[in-house]
Write a protein that binds this ligand. Structure first.
Ligand SMILES: [Zn+2]
Length: 503
C-alpha cells in the first residue's frame, strides 16, 4: 500500500474504495454483533455469549470530533464538491459513544492521567502514570490482566514507546518524564510486541545508565530498526522491539505527511502485530496509538493532523480485515484521550465557508519545515541580511501559501513572526501576547499554518489540550458495551468485561 498511500492525489479514491470495502465487511459481521438500536450503555456490563479473544484498542492522541471531522471534510474536498461527507472507516462502526476525559485534578487532562484512566479505570493527577494521586499505590493495567489470562500483548505508537500513552499500558511511575524508568519497565514487561517510535532517553537523562534497548535484548527481545529486518519478522520470532528506521521530533515516527516512499506506516506496524500475535490460542490485546495527531494540534498544524488521522484510519482498516476473518472473536475499539488545540471547523474570517482544498496544498509538517528550511536559514543568515522574501518560495512549496495573495494584514503578521523567529531564543520575549500568538513554537511556522488553516476555515483556541468529551467507536464482539455517554475510566471496565477478565 505504500506506493498508493504516498500518492496524495489518490486519497479520495482510496478513502471511497475503503468505505465500500468496509460496508461489505460490516454486512459480513454476524447479526449478533451488529447494530445498537437498543445499546444498553454503561450499566450493562455482563458478558453475553462469546468472549473478545482478539482485542484492538486504537487511541488517537488529541483526537476528538474536530480532528475526525477535519479529516472527513478534507477527504470530501479532495474527492469532489459533493456535500455528502466522505466517511472514515471507523466513524462507520456500528456502535458509538461519548467519553468524558477529566482527571483527578483538572477538567483538562493530560495524556498520562488519561492513559491511566483508559488502561486501569482509575483517575489520577496529570503527569502521573498508573499510580494514585498520592503516588504511593500502583495500578494494574488492562494489558497486564490480559497477559495473565494468556493473551499476547502488543503496544504500538507513532511517538516514542516510553511516551505517556503507550507507557500507560505497561509502566507505573510518579512522573511521565521519568523516561528512563519507563523504558526499563518496558524491557521488564514481558509484553510480546513493541513497535513504532524509539525510546526517549534510553540511557537516562544524563546518558550514563545502561542502555534500555540492551536491557530489552537481555530480556529476550529481538530488536529491529530497519525496514528489511522488520519485514523479515515471522510468527515465532518471540518478543519483538521494532523501532522505525526514520525518526523525527526526538524519536517519533515522521508525520504521515512527511513519510518517505516505502517507509513503514502505522498500518504496517499494525499488520505485523496481527501476523506475529494471532497464532496464540488465547488471542491478543493490542493498543495502537496515533500519537502525533496530538503533537500536530499542539502546534496548530491542521494539515499534519489530518494526514495522521487518515493514517490512523488505515491502521484501523488493517484490524478490520482481521475482524472479517475472525468474526465473533474480535473487538475493535477506537477512542481519543482528549482533544488538543481547541480545533474547530469554522473561522471568523471565512464565516460559513470552508476551503479544505487549500489544506491539500500542504506538503510538509511544521516540524519538517523547521528542520529542513527555517533551521538552516536561521543558522546561515546573519540577522541584518535576513529577509522574509528569501523564504517565500520555500513557504509556497511546503504549505502552498501564495504570499502575493495575502492581505496586507496577513503579510504584516508574517513579517512580524519572521522577525520573531530570527531573534534568538533569549531575545524572544516570553510575554503573554507572544505566548498567545505562537505558544512557544517557531513563530514564523505557527503563523504560516494558522494563516493556511484560517484561509481553509479551521480555527484554534489553544496550544494545549481542551476539556471536551471525545467520541468512542466499537465494532465486533461486545461492541454494545461502548454505546452511551460514559467516563474514560469506564472503558477499562468495558474492555475487561468484553474479555472476561475479572479485575
Ligand atoms: Zn494525549
Amino acid at each position: 500500500m505504500t506506493e498508493q498511500s504516498k500518492n496524495r492525489k489518490s486519497i479520495p479514491a482510496r478513502t471511497k474504495g475503503a468505505v465500500c470495502a468496509l460496508l461489505v465487511l460490516l454486512a459480513a459481521v454476524p447479526a449478533y454483533a451488529k447494530g445498537s438500536a437498543d445499546a444498553p450503555g454503561q450499566n450493562t456490563q455482563t458478558a453475553a455469549a462469546g468472549q473478545a479473544k482478539y482485542v484492538f484498542v486504537f487511541i488517537g492522541d488529541g483526537m476528538a470530533m474536530p480532528q475526525i471531522s477535519a479529516a472527513e471534510v478534507f477527504a470530501t474536498a479532495r474527492s469532489s464538491k459533493d456535500i455528502n461527507v466522505t466517511r472514515l472507516g471507523f466513524t462507520q462502526f456500528p456502535v458509538s459513544g461519548l467519553t468524558t476525559t477529566y482527571d483527578a485534578g483538572t477538567f483538562i487532562t493530560d495524556s498520562a492521567s488519561a492513559g491511566t484512566a483508559l488502561a486501569t479505570g482509575n483517575k489520577t493527577l496529570s503527569g502521573v502514570i498508573n499510580m494514585d494521586p498520592g503516588k504511593t499505590k500502583a495500578f494494574k493495567t488492562i494489558a497486564e490482566y490480559a497477559r495473565e489470562a494468556g493473551m499476547k500483548i502488543g503496544v504500538i505508537s507513532t511517538v516514542t514507546l516510553n511516551h505517556a500513552t503507550p507507557a500507560s499500558f505497561y509502566a507505573k511511575v510518579p512522573s511521565r518524564s521519568d523516561y528512563y524508568d519507563i523504558a526499563v519497565q518496558l524491557a521488564g514487561s514481558g509484553f510480546d510486541y513493541f513497535a513504532g517510535g524509539a525510546l526517549n532517553q534510553p540511557k537516562g537523562k544524563n546518558g550514563d545508565q545502561p542502555d534500555a534497548v540492551e536491557l530489552a535484548k537481555a530480556r529476550g527481545y529481538t530488536y529491529v530498526n530497519s525496514r528489511e529486518a522488520f519485514n523479515a519478522l515471522r510468527p515465532g520470532a518471540g518478543k519483538v522491539l521494532a523501532i522505525n528506521a526514520v525518526l523525527q521530533d526526538d524519536g517519533a515516527m515522521p508525520y504521515e505527511i512527511d513519510r518517505g516512499p516505502g517507509d513503514l506506516s502505522l498500518a504496517d506496524y499494525t499488520r505485523k502485530g496481527i501476523e506475529l500475535l494471532s497464532d496464540n490460542p488465547k488471542g491478543f490485546f493490542m493498543m495502537i496509538e496515533g500519537g502525533k495527531v496530538d503533537w500536530a494540534c499542539h502546534a496548530n498544524d491542521a494539515g499534519a493532523s489530518i494526514h495522521d488521522v487518515l493514517a490512523f484510519d488505515e491502521a484501523v482498516r488493517a484490524a478490520l480485515g482481521f475482524a472479517q476473518a475472525h468474526p465473533g472473536e474480535t473487538l475493535i475499539v477506537i477512542t481519543g484521550d482528549h482533544e488538543t488545540g481547541g480545533m474547530t471547523l469554522g473561522f471568523a474570517g471565512t464565516q460559513y465557508d470552508t476551503f479544505f482544498d487549500k489544506v491539500a496544498l500542504q506538503k510538509k509538517s511544521f516540524i519538517a519545515f523547521n528542520d529542513d528550511i527555517l533551521g538552516p536559514y536561521k543558522r546561515d543568515t546573519p540577522l541584518a541580511r535576513a529577509r522574509l522574501s528569501d523564504l517565500v518560495p520555500a513557504i509556497k512549496d511546503a504549505f502552498g501559501l501564495d504570499y502575493s495573495s495575502l492581505s496586507s494584514f496577513q503579510k504584516e503578521q508574517l513579517e512580524f513572526a519572521f522577525q520573531r523567529s530570527m531573534g534568538n531564543e533569549i531575545e524572544r520575549p516570553v510575554a503573554e501576547d507572544q505566548f498567545l500568538l505562537y505558544g512557544g513554537y517557531e513563530p514564523l511556522t505557527v503563523k504560516i499554518t494558522q494563516i493556511m488553516n484560517q484561509t481553509a476555515g479551521i480555527g484554534w483556541t489553544s496550544y494545549a489540550h481542551t476539556g471536551v468529551p471525545v467520541p468512542t467507536f466499537a465494532l465486533g464482539v461486545h461492541q454494545e458495551l461502548f454505546g452511551g455517554y460514559y467516563d474514560n475510566t469506564d472503558i477499562f471496565r468495558k474492555l475487561a468485561s468484553a474479555m472476561n477478565l475479572a479485575p
